[in-house]
Unconditional design. Sequence first.
Length: 68
Amino acid sequence: MATVKAKSAGDAEMLLLSGANKVELAYDIGSDDFFRLASHWCERGAKISRSSRYFVVSLKGFSVPPNE
């Protein structure tokens, strides 16, 4: 599974929505953007880890749909 690099919050959202399983947040993410992204994607089953320099958002093969 290849890791895709995102250069902005919008780029990360687009990559995750398009089905990328691992997205490296290869930019200096602010705390507000980080917590918004974490809240939205962890609710859907994502895990966030720290690589040597950046955070990596990992999704399993499926995501949990929102309960709305």
